[in-house]
Write a protein that binds this ligand. Structure first.
Ligand code: UN1
Length: 513
Protein backbone atom coordinates (compact mmCIF):
# COMPACT_ATOMS: atom_id res chain seq x y z
CA UNK A 1 0.00 0.00 0.00
CA UNK A 2 1.33 3.42 -0.90
CA UNK A 3 0.25 6.94 -0.16
CA UNK A 4 0.07 10.20 -2.09
CA UNK A 5 -2.10 8.82 -4.90
CA UNK A 6 0.76 6.56 -5.97
CA UNK A 7 -1.50 3.52 -6.38
CA UNK A 8 -3.02 4.95 -9.52
CA UNK A 9 0.37 5.91 -10.94
CA UNK A 10 1.75 2.40 -10.34
CA UNK A 11 -1.28 0.92 -12.06
CA UNK A 12 -0.97 3.24 -15.08
CA UNK A 13 2.66 2.16 -15.42
CA UNK A 14 1.75 -1.54 -15.27
CA UNK A 15 3.66 -2.17 -12.05
CA UNK A 16 2.69 -4.97 -9.69
CA UNK A 17 3.70 -6.03 -6.18
CA UNK A 18 6.33 -8.34 -7.67
CA UNK A 19 7.74 -7.60 -11.13
CA UNK A 20 10.04 -9.47 -13.45
CA UNK A 21 13.30 -7.61 -13.86
CA UNK A 22 14.42 -9.30 -17.06
CA UNK A 23 12.86 -8.57 -20.42
CA UNK A 24 13.65 -8.52 -24.11
CA UNK A 25 10.61 -6.39 -24.92
CA UNK A 26 7.31 -8.21 -24.60
CA UNK A 27 8.90 -11.37 -23.20
CA UNK A 28 9.59 -11.30 -19.48
CA UNK A 29 11.74 -13.80 -17.62
CA UNK A 30 10.91 -14.88 -14.05
CA UNK A 31 14.43 -14.40 -12.61
CA UNK A 32 15.65 -15.28 -9.14
CA UNK A 33 15.99 -13.35 -5.89
CA UNK A 34 13.87 -10.26 -5.48
CA UNK A 35 15.11 -6.72 -4.92
CA UNK A 36 12.68 -4.79 -2.74
CA UNK A 37 12.21 -1.12 -3.48
CA UNK A 38 11.44 1.04 -0.46
CA UNK A 39 10.53 4.66 -0.95
CA UNK A 40 12.86 7.14 0.75
CA UNK A 41 9.81 9.41 0.91
CA UNK A 42 7.89 7.43 3.54
CA UNK A 43 9.87 4.21 3.94
CA UNK A 44 7.04 2.13 2.43
CA UNK A 45 7.65 -0.90 0.27
CA UNK A 46 6.68 0.12 -3.28
CA UNK A 47 7.25 -3.23 -4.96
CA UNK A 48 9.78 -5.91 -5.74
CA UNK A 49 11.73 -6.75 -8.87
CA UNK A 50 13.35 -10.12 -9.58
CA UNK A 51 17.02 -10.36 -10.51
CA UNK A 52 18.43 -11.85 -13.71
CA UNK A 53 20.03 -15.30 -13.74
CA UNK A 54 23.10 -16.04 -15.86
CA UNK A 55 20.98 -18.29 -18.01
CA UNK A 56 18.47 -15.55 -18.64
CA UNK A 57 21.26 -13.08 -19.36
CA UNK A 58 22.44 -15.38 -22.16
CA UNK A 59 18.90 -15.48 -23.59
CA UNK A 60 18.71 -11.69 -23.49
CA UNK A 61 22.00 -11.30 -25.35
CA UNK A 62 20.92 -13.88 -27.94
CA UNK A 63 17.68 -12.00 -28.53
CA UNK A 64 19.53 -8.70 -28.77
CA UNK A 65 22.01 -10.10 -31.30
CA UNK A 66 19.18 -11.44 -33.46
CA UNK A 67 17.22 -8.20 -33.23
CA UNK A 68 20.25 -6.19 -34.29
CA UNK A 69 20.35 -7.99 -37.66
CA UNK A 70 16.77 -6.89 -38.40
CA UNK A 71 16.91 -3.49 -36.80
CA UNK A 72 20.06 -2.23 -38.51
CA UNK A 73 18.46 -2.97 -41.89
CA UNK A 74 15.47 -0.75 -41.13
CA UNK A 75 15.94 2.74 -42.65
CA UNK A 76 17.06 5.19 -39.97
CA UNK A 77 14.05 7.53 -40.40
CA UNK A 78 11.76 4.54 -39.80
CA UNK A 79 13.64 3.85 -36.59
CA UNK A 80 13.12 7.54 -35.84
CA UNK A 81 9.39 6.95 -36.22
CA UNK A 82 9.57 4.32 -33.45
CA UNK A 83 11.33 6.82 -31.21
CA UNK A 84 8.70 9.45 -32.10
CA UNK A 85 5.94 7.09 -30.94
CA UNK A 86 7.91 6.37 -27.77
CA UNK A 87 8.18 10.11 -27.09
CA UNK A 88 4.41 10.43 -27.52
CA UNK A 89 3.78 7.61 -25.02
CA UNK A 90 6.05 9.44 -22.59
CA UNK A 91 3.97 12.58 -23.07
CA UNK A 92 0.86 10.61 -22.14
CA UNK A 93 2.52 9.04 -19.11
CA UNK A 94 4.55 12.03 -17.93
CA UNK A 95 2.50 12.41 -14.79
CA UNK A 96 2.62 8.83 -13.46
CA UNK A 97 6.24 8.29 -14.52
CA UNK A 98 7.34 11.61 -13.00
CA UNK A 99 5.52 10.67 -9.81
CA UNK A 100 7.20 7.27 -9.68
CA UNK A 101 10.63 8.88 -10.13
CA UNK A 102 9.84 11.25 -7.30
CA UNK A 103 8.49 8.51 -5.03
CA UNK A 104 11.10 5.82 -5.70
CA UNK A 105 14.12 8.16 -5.87
CA UNK A 106 13.03 11.06 -3.66
CA UNK A 107 13.56 14.08 -5.92
CA UNK A 108 10.90 16.78 -5.95
CA UNK A 109 7.86 16.15 -8.14
CA UNK A 110 8.83 19.11 -10.35
CA UNK A 111 12.21 17.49 -10.91
CA UNK A 112 10.56 14.12 -11.50
CA UNK A 113 8.46 15.68 -14.27
CA UNK A 114 11.58 17.51 -15.47
CA UNK A 115 13.35 14.20 -15.82
CA UNK A 116 10.55 12.77 -17.96
CA UNK A 117 10.64 16.00 -19.99
CA UNK A 118 14.34 15.32 -20.70
CA UNK A 119 13.28 11.91 -22.05
CA UNK A 120 10.69 13.53 -24.31
CA UNK A 121 13.19 16.13 -25.50
CA UNK A 122 15.86 13.59 -26.38
CA UNK A 123 13.24 11.60 -28.33
CA UNK A 124 12.44 14.71 -30.38
CA UNK A 125 16.14 15.32 -30.89
CA UNK A 126 16.67 11.71 -31.98
CA UNK A 127 13.77 11.82 -34.46
CA UNK A 128 15.44 14.72 -36.29
CA UNK A 129 18.80 13.02 -35.99
CA UNK A 130 17.42 9.92 -37.70
CA UNK A 131 17.56 11.87 -40.98
CA UNK A 132 20.98 13.37 -40.25
CA UNK A 133 23.35 10.50 -39.49
CA UNK A 134 25.48 12.06 -42.16
CA UNK A 135 29.00 11.19 -43.11
CA UNK A 136 31.22 13.49 -45.13
CA UNK A 137 33.04 13.38 -48.42
CA UNK A 138 36.76 13.97 -48.38
CA UNK A 139 38.88 15.10 -51.36
CA UNK A 140 41.17 12.30 -52.53
CA UNK A 141 44.76 13.05 -53.57
CA UNK A 142 44.44 10.51 -56.37
CA UNK A 143 42.82 11.20 -59.77
CA UNK A 144 39.52 9.39 -60.36
CA UNK A 145 39.08 8.58 -56.70
CA UNK A 146 36.59 9.63 -54.08
CA UNK A 147 36.76 9.31 -50.33
CA UNK A 148 33.91 9.35 -47.92
CA UNK A 149 33.02 8.50 -44.39
CA UNK A 150 30.04 6.41 -43.34
CA UNK A 151 28.48 5.70 -39.99
CA UNK A 152 27.20 2.18 -39.37
CA UNK A 153 25.26 0.70 -36.48
CA UNK A 154 27.52 -0.75 -33.84
CA UNK A 155 25.47 -3.56 -32.25
CA UNK A 156 24.42 -4.04 -28.65
CA UNK A 157 24.75 -1.03 -26.36
CA UNK A 158 25.03 -1.99 -22.69
CA UNK A 159 23.67 0.73 -20.41
CA UNK A 160 24.47 0.95 -16.70
CA UNK A 161 22.72 3.83 -14.97
CA UNK A 162 22.53 5.34 -11.50
CA UNK A 163 19.67 5.98 -9.08
CA UNK A 164 19.76 9.77 -9.33
CA UNK A 165 18.40 9.99 -12.87
CA UNK A 166 16.68 6.62 -12.95
CA UNK A 167 14.85 7.14 -16.26
CA UNK A 168 16.40 10.06 -18.22
CA UNK A 169 19.92 8.69 -18.55
CA UNK A 170 18.52 5.50 -20.07
CA UNK A 171 16.54 7.56 -22.59
CA UNK A 172 19.53 9.75 -23.52
CA UNK A 173 21.31 6.56 -24.49
CA UNK A 174 18.49 4.53 -26.01
CA UNK A 175 16.86 7.27 -28.10
CA UNK A 176 20.17 7.88 -29.87
CA UNK A 177 21.21 4.22 -29.99
CA UNK A 178 17.90 3.19 -31.56
CA UNK A 179 17.95 5.74 -34.37
CA UNK A 180 21.57 4.67 -34.96
CA UNK A 181 20.26 1.11 -35.47
CA UNK A 182 21.64 -0.34 -32.25
CA UNK A 183 19.81 -2.48 -29.71
CA UNK A 184 20.05 -1.87 -25.98
CA UNK A 185 20.48 -3.90 -22.81
CA UNK A 186 19.91 -1.82 -19.69
CA UNK A 187 20.90 -2.56 -16.13
CA UNK A 188 19.17 0.16 -14.14
CA UNK A 189 19.95 1.07 -10.57
CA UNK A 190 19.15 -1.48 -7.86
CA UNK A 191 18.00 1.53 -5.84
CA UNK A 192 15.27 2.41 -8.34
CA UNK A 193 14.38 -0.89 -10.02
CA UNK A 194 10.70 -0.08 -10.59
CA UNK A 195 11.61 2.91 -12.74
CA UNK A 196 13.37 0.51 -15.12
CA UNK A 197 10.39 -1.85 -15.30
CA UNK A 198 8.04 1.09 -15.93
CA UNK A 199 10.21 2.35 -18.81
CA UNK A 200 10.42 -1.11 -20.32
CA UNK A 201 6.62 -1.45 -20.16
CA UNK A 202 6.28 1.80 -22.12
CA UNK A 203 8.74 0.95 -24.90
CA UNK A 204 7.54 -2.67 -25.10
CA UNK A 205 4.07 -1.46 -26.08
CA UNK A 206 5.51 0.69 -28.88
CA UNK A 207 7.62 -2.20 -30.17
CA UNK A 208 4.60 -4.52 -30.11
CA UNK A 209 2.36 -2.04 -31.94
CA UNK A 210 5.00 -1.91 -34.67
CA UNK A 211 5.51 -5.69 -34.85
CA UNK A 212 9.17 -5.36 -34.05
CA UNK A 213 11.16 -8.34 -32.75
CA UNK A 214 12.23 -9.05 -29.19
CA UNK A 215 15.70 -7.80 -28.26
CA UNK A 216 15.61 -4.13 -29.33
CA UNK A 217 15.02 -2.96 -25.79
CA UNK A 218 16.13 -5.26 -22.98
CA UNK A 219 16.41 -4.86 -19.24
CA UNK A 220 18.35 -6.91 -16.73
CA UNK A 221 18.42 -6.47 -12.97
CA UNK A 222 20.83 -7.24 -10.17
CA UNK A 223 23.96 -6.11 -8.38
CA UNK A 224 27.42 -5.32 -9.75
CA UNK A 225 27.92 -8.95 -10.83
CA UNK A 226 25.20 -8.57 -13.43
CA UNK A 227 26.95 -5.41 -14.60
CA UNK A 228 30.18 -7.38 -14.83
CA UNK A 229 28.59 -9.92 -17.20
CA UNK A 230 28.06 -6.99 -19.54
CA UNK A 231 31.41 -5.26 -19.11
CA UNK A 232 33.27 -8.53 -19.84
CA UNK A 233 31.03 -9.53 -22.74
CA UNK A 234 32.73 -9.21 -26.13
CA UNK A 235 29.29 -9.32 -27.77
CA UNK A 236 28.66 -5.82 -26.39
CA UNK A 237 30.81 -3.33 -28.33
CA UNK A 238 29.78 -0.29 -26.30
CA UNK A 239 29.15 0.13 -22.58
CA UNK A 240 27.65 3.42 -21.45
CA UNK A 241 28.02 3.72 -17.69
CA UNK A 242 26.85 6.48 -15.36
CA UNK A 243 27.82 6.44 -11.69
CA UNK A 244 30.69 6.95 -9.30
CA UNK A 245 34.32 7.37 -10.30
CA UNK A 246 35.03 4.21 -8.30
CA UNK A 247 32.61 2.23 -10.47
CA UNK A 248 33.83 3.87 -13.67
CA UNK A 249 37.45 3.00 -12.99
CA UNK A 250 36.52 -0.69 -12.85
CA UNK A 251 34.11 -0.59 -15.79
CA UNK A 252 36.52 1.41 -17.97
CA UNK A 253 39.42 -0.96 -17.31
CA UNK A 254 37.33 -4.10 -17.86
CA UNK A 255 35.87 -2.86 -21.14
CA UNK A 256 39.24 -1.57 -22.37
CA UNK A 257 40.86 -4.93 -21.67
CA UNK A 258 38.66 -6.51 -24.32
CA UNK A 259 38.98 -3.46 -26.64
CA UNK A 260 35.35 -2.49 -26.19
CA UNK A 261 34.31 1.15 -26.20
CA UNK A 262 33.04 2.81 -23.09
CA UNK A 263 31.15 6.03 -22.53
CA UNK A 264 31.77 7.04 -18.93
CA UNK A 265 29.73 9.63 -17.07
CA UNK A 266 31.17 9.77 -13.56
CA UNK A 267 31.54 12.06 -10.60
CA UNK A 268 31.62 15.83 -10.59
CA UNK A 269 32.93 18.42 -8.14
CA UNK A 270 31.26 21.41 -9.64
CA UNK A 271 32.01 24.98 -8.68
CA UNK A 272 30.58 28.42 -9.31
CA UNK A 273 33.02 31.31 -9.39
CA UNK A 274 31.41 34.46 -8.04
CA UNK A 275 33.23 37.59 -9.18
CA UNK A 276 32.91 41.18 -7.91
CA UNK A 277 30.44 42.12 -10.68
CA UNK A 278 28.20 39.07 -10.19
CA UNK A 279 24.49 39.85 -10.01
CA UNK A 280 23.04 38.49 -6.74
CA UNK A 281 19.65 38.02 -8.38
CA UNK A 282 21.29 35.41 -10.61
CA UNK A 283 23.82 34.06 -8.11
CA UNK A 284 21.44 33.14 -5.31
CA UNK A 285 18.88 31.01 -7.18
CA UNK A 286 21.64 29.49 -9.36
CA UNK A 287 23.79 28.47 -6.43
CA UNK A 288 20.98 27.38 -4.14
CA UNK A 289 19.15 25.27 -6.72
CA UNK A 290 22.48 23.84 -7.83
CA UNK A 291 23.38 22.83 -4.28
CA UNK A 292 20.06 21.57 -2.92
CA UNK A 293 18.17 20.48 -6.06
CA UNK A 294 17.71 16.68 -6.10
CA UNK A 295 19.04 16.98 -2.52
CA UNK A 296 22.54 17.45 -3.92
CA UNK A 297 22.44 14.12 -5.74
CA UNK A 298 23.03 15.30 -9.31
CA UNK A 299 26.35 14.73 -11.03
CA UNK A 300 26.08 18.43 -11.81
CA UNK A 301 25.16 19.57 -8.27
CA UNK A 302 27.00 22.67 -7.09
CA UNK A 303 29.52 21.59 -4.45
CA UNK A 304 31.79 24.64 -4.22
CA UNK A 305 31.34 28.42 -4.36
CA UNK A 306 34.56 30.29 -5.07
CA UNK A 307 33.78 33.87 -4.06
CA UNK A 308 35.87 37.02 -4.54
CA UNK A 309 36.92 38.40 -1.16
CA UNK A 310 35.50 41.85 -1.95
CA UNK A 311 31.94 40.45 -2.18
CA UNK A 312 32.38 37.45 0.08
CA UNK A 313 30.36 38.67 3.08
CA UNK A 314 27.50 39.94 0.94
CA UNK A 315 27.25 36.72 -1.09
CA UNK A 316 27.63 34.48 1.97
CA UNK A 317 24.85 36.33 3.82
CA UNK A 318 22.52 36.17 0.81
CA UNK A 319 23.06 32.42 0.36
CA UNK A 320 22.73 31.68 4.07
CA UNK A 321 19.56 33.80 4.09
CA UNK A 322 18.12 31.85 1.17
CA UNK A 323 18.83 28.54 2.93
CA UNK A 324 16.51 29.67 5.73
CA UNK A 325 13.62 29.65 3.22
CA UNK A 326 14.20 26.06 2.11
CA UNK A 327 11.34 23.76 3.00
CA UNK A 328 12.28 20.10 3.39
CA UNK A 329 9.66 17.41 3.18
CA UNK A 330 7.64 15.00 1.09
CA UNK A 331 8.81 15.67 -2.47
CA UNK A 332 5.38 14.80 -3.88
CA UNK A 333 4.06 17.89 -2.14
CA UNK A 334 5.01 20.68 -4.52
CA UNK A 335 5.31 23.25 -1.75
CA UNK A 336 8.47 21.50 -0.52
CA UNK A 337 11.83 22.30 -2.13
CA UNK A 338 13.96 19.39 -0.98
CA UNK A 339 13.10 15.72 -0.52
CA UNK A 340 15.00 12.87 1.11
CA UNK A 341 18.33 11.29 0.22
CA UNK A 342 18.09 7.95 -1.56
CA UNK A 343 18.69 5.76 1.52
CA UNK A 344 20.22 5.56 4.98
CA UNK A 345 23.67 4.74 3.61
CA UNK A 346 23.56 8.07 1.82
CA UNK A 347 22.53 9.74 5.08
CA UNK A 348 25.58 8.25 6.81
CA UNK A 349 27.88 9.35 4.02
CA UNK A 350 26.46 12.86 4.37
CA UNK A 351 26.96 12.89 8.16
CA UNK A 352 30.49 11.57 7.85
CA UNK A 353 31.38 14.21 5.26
CA UNK A 354 30.24 17.00 7.59
CA UNK A 355 32.29 15.52 10.44
CA UNK A 356 35.29 15.20 8.16
CA UNK A 357 34.98 18.80 6.98
CA UNK A 358 34.81 19.98 10.61
CA UNK A 359 37.81 17.91 11.62
CA UNK A 360 39.82 19.37 8.75
CA UNK A 361 39.05 22.87 10.02
CA UNK A 362 35.81 23.71 8.20
CA UNK A 363 33.55 26.36 9.68
CA UNK A 364 29.87 25.41 9.62
CA UNK A 365 27.65 28.30 8.52
CA UNK A 366 24.41 26.34 8.13
CA UNK A 367 24.13 23.26 10.34
CA UNK A 368 23.27 19.95 8.78
CA UNK A 369 21.55 17.07 10.49
CA UNK A 370 18.94 14.39 10.03
CA UNK A 371 15.30 15.42 10.40
CA UNK A 372 13.05 13.50 12.76
CA UNK A 373 9.37 13.43 13.58
CA UNK A 374 6.20 13.52 11.56
CA UNK A 375 6.73 13.24 7.83
CA UNK A 376 10.39 12.29 8.27
CA UNK A 377 9.86 8.67 9.38
CA UNK A 378 11.95 7.20 6.55
CA UNK A 379 15.04 8.66 8.25
CA UNK A 380 16.36 9.90 4.89
CA UNK A 381 15.59 13.62 5.18
CA UNK A 382 18.62 15.81 5.87
CA UNK A 383 19.22 19.54 6.19
CA UNK A 384 21.25 21.18 3.44
CA UNK A 385 24.48 22.41 5.03
CA UNK A 386 26.94 25.18 4.21
CA UNK A 387 30.56 24.96 5.35
CA UNK A 388 33.44 27.40 4.87
CA UNK A 389 36.34 25.25 3.73
CA UNK A 390 39.62 25.14 1.87
CA UNK A 391 39.81 23.60 -1.56
CA UNK A 392 42.70 21.44 -0.37
CA UNK A 393 40.63 19.64 2.29
CA UNK A 394 40.44 15.97 1.46
CA UNK A 395 36.66 15.97 1.85
CA UNK A 396 36.29 18.95 -0.49
CA UNK A 397 38.32 17.09 -3.12
CA UNK A 398 35.83 14.26 -2.89
CA UNK A 399 32.32 14.15 -4.40
CA UNK A 400 29.77 13.62 -1.61
CA UNK A 401 26.35 12.93 -3.10
CA UNK A 402 24.46 15.10 -0.62
CA UNK A 403 23.44 18.73 -0.08
CA UNK A 404 26.70 20.05 1.37
CA UNK A 405 27.99 23.31 -0.08
CA UNK A 406 31.56 24.47 0.52
CA UNK A 407 32.33 28.19 0.46
CA UNK A 408 35.82 29.48 -0.26
CA UNK A 409 37.42 32.84 -1.01
CA UNK A 410 39.71 34.03 -3.77
CA UNK A 411 41.56 37.28 -4.11
CA UNK A 412 43.00 39.14 -7.07
CA UNK A 413 42.25 38.15 -10.65
CA UNK A 414 39.85 35.60 -12.04
CA UNK A 415 42.85 33.39 -12.91
CA UNK A 416 43.18 32.64 -9.21
CA UNK A 417 39.57 31.50 -9.04
CA UNK A 418 39.99 29.37 -12.15
CA UNK A 419 42.99 27.67 -10.56
CA UNK A 420 40.91 26.72 -7.53
CA UNK A 421 38.01 25.64 -9.71
CA UNK A 422 40.29 23.36 -11.75
CA UNK A 423 42.12 22.13 -8.65
CA UNK A 424 40.09 18.96 -8.21
CA UNK A 425 40.26 15.55 -9.85
CA UNK A 426 36.82 15.81 -11.44
CA UNK A 427 35.86 17.88 -14.49
CA UNK A 428 32.13 17.81 -15.17
CA UNK A 429 30.39 21.17 -14.76
CA UNK A 430 31.48 24.70 -13.88
CA UNK A 431 30.13 28.23 -13.92
CA UNK A 432 31.17 31.85 -13.55
CA UNK A 433 28.95 34.68 -12.42
CA UNK A 434 30.24 37.93 -13.92
CA UNK A 435 29.29 40.96 -15.93
CA UNK A 436 32.88 41.46 -17.09
CA UNK A 437 33.22 40.23 -20.64
CA UNK A 438 36.95 39.60 -20.27
CA UNK A 439 36.50 37.43 -17.20
CA UNK A 440 33.81 35.38 -18.90
CA UNK A 441 35.91 34.83 -22.00
CA UNK A 442 39.00 33.88 -19.95
CA UNK A 443 36.88 31.35 -18.09
CA UNK A 444 35.73 29.86 -21.40
CA UNK A 445 39.17 29.95 -23.04
CA UNK A 446 41.75 27.17 -23.32
CA UNK A 447 43.26 28.48 -20.11
CA UNK A 448 39.91 28.61 -18.35
CA UNK A 449 37.64 25.93 -16.95
CA UNK A 450 38.86 22.39 -17.63
CA UNK A 451 35.33 20.96 -17.41
CA UNK A 452 33.09 19.45 -20.09
CA UNK A 453 30.45 22.04 -19.20
CA UNK A 454 31.33 25.70 -18.58
CA UNK A 455 28.53 28.23 -18.06
CA UNK A 456 28.30 31.98 -17.71
CA UNK A 457 25.68 33.50 -15.44
CA UNK A 458 23.83 30.26 -14.95
CA UNK A 459 24.59 27.55 -12.40
CA UNK A 460 26.24 24.16 -12.82
CA UNK A 461 23.15 21.94 -12.99
CA UNK A 462 20.25 21.83 -15.39
CA UNK A 463 21.95 21.17 -18.72
CA UNK A 464 19.69 20.97 -21.79
CA UNK A 465 19.71 17.80 -23.87
CA UNK A 466 20.80 19.67 -27.03
CA UNK A 467 24.39 19.95 -25.86
CA UNK A 468 26.87 17.12 -25.42
CA UNK A 469 26.80 16.15 -21.75
CA UNK A 470 29.84 14.89 -19.86
CA UNK A 471 33.21 15.86 -18.51
CA UNK A 472 36.94 15.41 -18.33
CA UNK A 473 39.47 13.90 -15.91
CA UNK A 474 37.86 11.57 -13.35
CA UNK A 475 34.45 12.38 -14.79
CA UNK A 476 35.43 9.86 -17.44
CA UNK A 477 35.57 11.77 -20.72
CA UNK A 478 32.30 10.49 -22.20
CA UNK A 479 29.75 12.67 -23.95
CA UNK A 480 26.11 11.73 -24.33
CA UNK A 481 22.83 13.38 -25.28
CA UNK A 482 23.02 16.20 -27.87
CA UNK A 483 25.47 17.71 -30.36
CA UNK A 484 27.36 14.92 -32.15
CA UNK A 485 27.35 12.53 -29.17
CA UNK A 486 25.51 10.06 -31.45
CA UNK A 487 28.79 9.19 -33.14
CA UNK A 488 29.89 7.04 -30.21
CA UNK A 489 26.88 4.78 -30.84
CA UNK A 490 28.09 4.04 -34.37
CA UNK A 491 31.21 2.75 -36.03
CA UNK A 492 33.00 4.98 -38.50
CA UNK A 493 34.08 3.62 -41.84
CA UNK A 494 36.36 5.37 -44.30
CA UNK A 495 35.75 4.44 -47.94
CA UNK A 496 37.96 5.09 -50.94
CA UNK A 497 36.49 4.32 -54.35
CA UNK A 498 38.49 4.27 -57.58
CA UNK A 499 36.40 5.07 -60.66
CA UNK A 500 39.41 5.37 -63.01
CA UNK A 501 41.05 2.63 -65.08
CA UNK A 502 44.40 3.06 -63.34
CA UNK A 503 45.62 2.19 -59.88
CA UNK A 504 47.58 5.21 -58.67
CA UNK A 505 48.98 4.63 -55.19
CA UNK A 506 48.71 7.09 -52.36
CA UNK A 507 51.65 9.24 -51.25
CA UNK A 508 52.93 9.17 -54.88
CA UNK A 509 54.42 5.69 -54.47
CA UNK A 510 55.39 3.88 -57.67
CA UNK A 511 55.17 0.10 -57.68
CA UNK A 512 55.96 -1.13 -61.22
CA UNK A 513 55.65 -4.81 -61.95
C1 UN1 B 1 23.17 13.51 -13.70
O1 UN1 B 1 23.22 14.06 -12.61
O2 UN1 B 1 23.49 12.32 -13.85
O3 UN1 B 1 22.28 18.97 -15.97
C2 UN1 B 1 22.65 14.15 -14.92
C3 UN1 B 1 21.57 18.35 -15.17
C4 UN1 B 1 20.65 17.30 -15.73
C5 UN1 B 1 21.34 15.99 -15.87
C6 UN1 B 1 22.12 15.54 -14.70
N1 UN1 B 1 20.16 17.72 -17.00
O4 UN1 B 1 21.59 18.56 -13.98
Amino acid sequence: ATNFGMDKALEQLGLKAVNHGTSTGNTWYPGGAEIASYSPVDGALIGKVTTTSKDEYEKVIDAAQDAFITFRAMPAPQRGEIVRQFGNKLRELKEPLGKLVSYEMGKSLQEGYGEVQEMIDICDFAVGLSRQLNGQTIPSERPGHVMREQWHSIGIVGIISAFNFPVAVWAWNTALAWVCGDVCVWKGSEKAPLCAVACQNIIAEVLKENNLPEGISCIINGDYKVGEWMTKDTRIPLISATGSTRMGRIVGATVAERFGKSLLELGGNNAIIITPTADLKVVVPGAVFGAVGTAGQRCTSTRRLIIHESVYDKVRDAIVGAYKQIVIGNPLDESNHVGPLIDKDAVNTYLNAIEKAKSEGGNVLVEGGVLEGEGYESGCYVKPAIIEAENSFEIVQHETFAPILYLMKYSGDVENAIEIQNGVAQGLSSAIMTNEMKEAEKFLSFAGSDCGIANVNIGTSGAEIGGAFGGEKETGGGRESGSDAWKVYMRRQTNTVNYSDELPLAQGIKFDL
